[in-house]
Each structure stands twice: as structure tokens, then as C-alpha cells.
Design a protein around this ligand. Structure first.
Ligand code: SF4
Ligand code: SF4
Length: 470
């Protein structure tokens, strides 16, 4: 299987940032690209909610220029102002000079951190995620707690009064989700093979990078992704990865992010396509070429990896749709009364702007037979962005409320997305702002898997022909 051509983004020419001089040169270079035109203001979700200039790319560039020129001092307050960002890349997208605000902010935080320190919550989360063994161990515990009957009691009696920020984090954990991904409670295919008993065409080998969030909070998504890809004829190896390092990079813990990237490069070496179902992990893997630019030991491998990373929607969209897609939907709706028929899609920022993937998830949903309804502002950030929703809960909720209204306005039975962080945030939004409406929040591979499992053969099995790579 040949490596795909990824849409060239603004990161196509990575610049070295390893070492203090290179980092400062890059910060100066990016900050110098801004001509203060203000095109980034109307697209910034945080500016729309707060009206604060420092929430925007232009405001952040001004602060950083002040830092470089000596008018602004390196303080915790400056760090906090730069930290007030969803890293959604809407500003870069709208900017005539393509100023890379996310990279600029991460690098500047990396420069500031030794002097100002980093927020305690970020440090705690980064420390935890840097230990893959601990993440594996914590997964079942977090999930058992999230679905347990004592959760509301603990939340109200201990966390809210004593540990408010932990309570906010706890409140975002997903609740009980229907355990459907193994196919056990549906007619048709079981976990071992395609649902019509036929053999899927052989398509090649993939390495699946699940990432911490999927492992910790959404193992159903992991199962659905593996099953969907195997049903389509792929041989799937699950990578024993460490965290992709994006939280560390975003928080300005640059050295640790680079170490984690280097460790993952070794695990992902080989000719196989690397498939992800987490938009944030996917964009981080592609961005390793930036993180490691100037590192003689890893630079070449990071560039090579960027050409092999594909979101699962891109892999699935390259398959021919099942000719039985409509029948699958009818069967699925009969098999499970809450099986969605009408769906809408939320674009994760790290997929639509981070990797240039917009059309494929929509095509996959239509190919699976869903009645697809586009929502207003589908590619506007949901306000989650890792620890942002915990550290800036009120601002995060203001962004989320608007997103939830847009979802509800479609009349869809389910909102589908491609990132565990968005799944968690959208579930919270529908719980908080959804009223009596029951709208499911599901990952793209769960949607595909549910549709296929209703007794029809897997997508693409009929033709054995893959569409040309897109
Ligand atoms: S759109 Fe770009 S150039 Fe214009 S003010 Fe914003 S960051 Fe600066
Ligand atoms: S990345 Fe998003 S939140 Fe941050 S400044 Fe740009 S538009 Fe605003």
C-alpha cells in the first residue's frame, strides 16, 4: 500500500526550533509575519464570547512582540494570557499571512515556562500522560468510576466543595455508553468477521495509533475502529504507543513533547499507513516534523511519518460504499430503536484545519446510508481543547452552548465526530443544554460499525476495488 499524499498545510516547510537560539528565531519570525490586519478577530471563538483582544491571534502576537522588544515582562500573567487559547487554528486559516498562532504560543510558553512555571493542572496531567503504563492502568479505573452509581455522590459531597477544578474535570467524563461495538446485541455480524460471512478483500496492513484519550475514556471507539477496518479487509496492528505529546507541546513542555515524539517515531517505523481515530493525535503525528525540525537524529523520520499518517475517515472514504447501505439503515433502525437515522457532523479543529480533512467523514456517513444534515458552524471549535474546558469552564461553556444549539437545530438523532476530546465535550453540552432532546454523540467508526452490523456485508466487500487515494 503506498503512502497517501496529505493536503499540504501551512506546516509544509517546518523550521528548526530545537535549541534556545533556534526557538527564539522562530518566535521572532512568526511574530514578524503579522501585519495587524484584524482578519483573525471575527473567527476567534473566544473573542466572540469575551471581546478581549488578548484572546485573539493579533492580541497574542502584540504581547509576544512586547516580550521580544522588552516592553512586556515574562510573568505568570503573560503565560496565562497566552494560555487562553483553544488552539483551534481558525485564526491561521483566516489570516492572509497564515500566521501560525498555535506554534507561536506553544514556543513562547516553552520559552517562558522555566521563569514563570506552568499551571499545576497542566503539570499534573502532563506528568500522568507521560507514563504509558500508568495510563493503561488508569483506563479501567476511570471507566468504572465514570459509570458507577457512587459517582454523583462523590461529585457532590467531596469534589465540588473541596476540589472544584477536579470536579469540573470529573463532570466532563463520559457517562454510560451503549456497549454495541462488539456486535453482540445486534443481529448480523459478530466480532470475528464480516457480517454476511463473506471474506473481505485483502487491502493491506495498517498500524493503528489509538492514543490516551481513546484508551482511557472510549474503548468502545477503539473496538469499533479495529472492527471496521478489519471488516474492510485490513490487517490492523495496534501500536503500543505513548501519549502523542500534544498536551505537553500545547502547554509549553517542549522537551518532554519531543521525547515522546521520538519514542513514537520508533514505534511507528515501517512502511505501513498509520491510522488514527483521534484528530488531535493525528495532527500531532503530522506535526512531529515541526517539533523535531533541527534534530539531526529524528528530523528525517518525522518528515517521513507525516506522509504515512491518515485519519480513519480517509481510509474508509477510499472504499466503495456497500450497495446495501440503505437496507443496512433500515435493518439497524429495527434492531436498535435508538439507532440514529439522521445524523450531523462536528468537525474537530485538529482534523479539518490540522489535517485538511473535511469531506471524507461526511462521505463515509452518506456511504453508510445515513441521512446527513449539515449543521451551522460545523467547523467552529466546541470549546473543549484538552484542559481548557477545566481551566476556563465558563468561557468553554459559552462556546459549547452555541455549538449545542446548532446541533439541536438540525433535528438530527446523533452528532458524529472524530475526536475523543470533542466527544466528551459534546456529550457534556447535550447534557447541559439539550433539555429533553435525546441526541446521541458517537464517533465516526461507531456510526459506521452500527450501520454495517445490521446484517449487511461490510462496505467495499462487494467490489474489492478501492477508490483512488484522495
Ligand atoms: S489575521 Fe494574521 S496578520 Fe492579520 S492581525 Fe491576525 S494574525 Fe495578524
Ligand atoms: S487558535 Fe482559536 S482560540 Fe486561539 S487565538 Fe486562534 S482563533 Fe482564537
Amino acid at each position: 500500500m503506498s503512502a497517501p499524499a496529505l493536503a499540504p498545510g501551512p506546516a509544509a516547510t517546518p523550521r528548526a526550533t530545537v535549541g534556545f537560539e533556534a526557538l527564539m528565531e522562530r518566535v521572532r519570525e512568526i511574530a514578524g509575519q503579522c501585519d495587524r490586519c484584524g482578519s483573525c478577530l471575527p473567527v476567534c471563538p473566544l473573542f466572540a464570547k469575551t471581546g478581549r483582544e488578548t484572546a485573539t491571534a493579533r492580541g497574542k502576537v502584540s504581547l509576544i512582540r512586547g516580550l521580544l522588544e522588552g516592553g512586556v515582562t515574562p510573568t505568570r500573567d503573560l503565560f496565562a494570557r497566552l494560555d487562553f487559547c483553544l488552539q483551534c487554528r481558525a485564526c491561521t486559516n483566516a489570516c492572509p499571512s497564515k500566521v501560525r498562532t498555535g506554534e507561536l504560543v506553544s514556543l513562547t510558553k516553552g520559552y517562558l515556562a522555566p521563569a514563570t512555571g506552568r499551571p499545576g493542572l497542566s503539570r499534573a496531567i502532563d506528568g500522568f500522560l507521560a507514563q504509558p503504563g500508568l495510563v493503561r492502568l488508569a483506563g479501567p479505573l476511570v471507566r468504572s468510576y465514570a459509570r458507577s452509581a457512587i459517582r454523583p455522590v462523590i461529585e457532590k459531597s467531596v469534589l465540588k466543595p473541596l476540589l472544584p477544578s477536579v470536579a469540573r474535570m470529573e463532570g466532563l467524563l463520559p457517562g454510560r455508553r451503549p456497549a454495541r461495538s462488539d456486535g453482540a446485541n445486534h443481529r448480523g455480524g459478530g466480532a470475528g468477521g464480516p457480517s454476511d460471512g463473506g471474506r473481505p478483500p485483502k487491502r493491506g496492513r495498517l498500524k493503528y495509533f489509538a492514543g490516551c484519550m481513546v484508551r482511557l475514556t472510549y474503548p468502545e471507539v477503539m473496538k469499533a475502529t479495529i472492527k471496521t477496518l478489519r471488516d474492510a479487509g485490513y490487517e490492523v496492528t495496534v501500536v503500543d504507543e505513548s501519549c502523542c505529546g500534544l498536551p505537553h507541546w500545547s502547554h509549553g513542555d517542549l522537551d518532554r513533547a519531543r521525547k515522546m515524539a521520538a519514542a513514537n517515531l520508533d514505534r511507528l517505523a515501517g512502511p505501513e499507513i498509520v491510522v488514527t481515530d483521534c484528530a488531535s493525535c493525528g495532527s500531532a503525528l503530522v506535526d512531529y516534523r515541526e517539533w523535531l525540525a533541527g534534530d539531526p537524529e529524528h528530523e528525517a523520520a518525522a518528515k517521513e511519518l507525516a506522509g504515512r499518517v491518515k485519519d480513519v475517515s480517509v481510509v474508509l472514504a477510499a472504499l466503495e460504499p456497500s450497495p446495501q447501505a440503505d437496507a443496512q439503515q433500515t435493518n439497524a433502525a429495527q434492531a436498535a430503536p435508538d439507532h440514529p437515522v439522521k445524523v450531523t457532523y462536528h468537525d474537530p479543529c485538529h482534523l479539518c484545519r490540522g489535517q485538511g480533512v473535511r469531506a471524507e467523514p461526511r462521505q463515509v456517513l452518506r456511504d453508510a446510508g445515513y441521512d446527513f444534515i449539515e449543521m451551522k458552524g460545523a467547523d467552529i471549535c466546541c470549546g473543549g481543547s484538552g484542559t481548557f474546558s477545566v481551566e476556563h469552564y465558563a468561557d468553554s461553556m459559552a462556546v459549547l452552548e452555541e455549538k449545542t444549539k446548532n446541533i439541536l437545530a438540525t433535528g438530527a438523532d446523533a452528532v458524529v465526530t472524530s475526536c475523543p476530546s470533542c466527544l466528551m465535550q459534546l456529550e457534556h453540552g447535550l447534557k447541559r443544554y439539550g433539555g429533553d432532546r435525546k441526541v446521541r454523540v458517537i464517533h465516526l467508526t461507531e456510526a459506521v460499525h452500527e450501520a454495517r452490523r445490521a446484517g449487511a456485508r461490510p462496505a467495499g466487500a462487494g467490489t474489492g476495488v478501492a477508490k483512488p487515494a484522495q
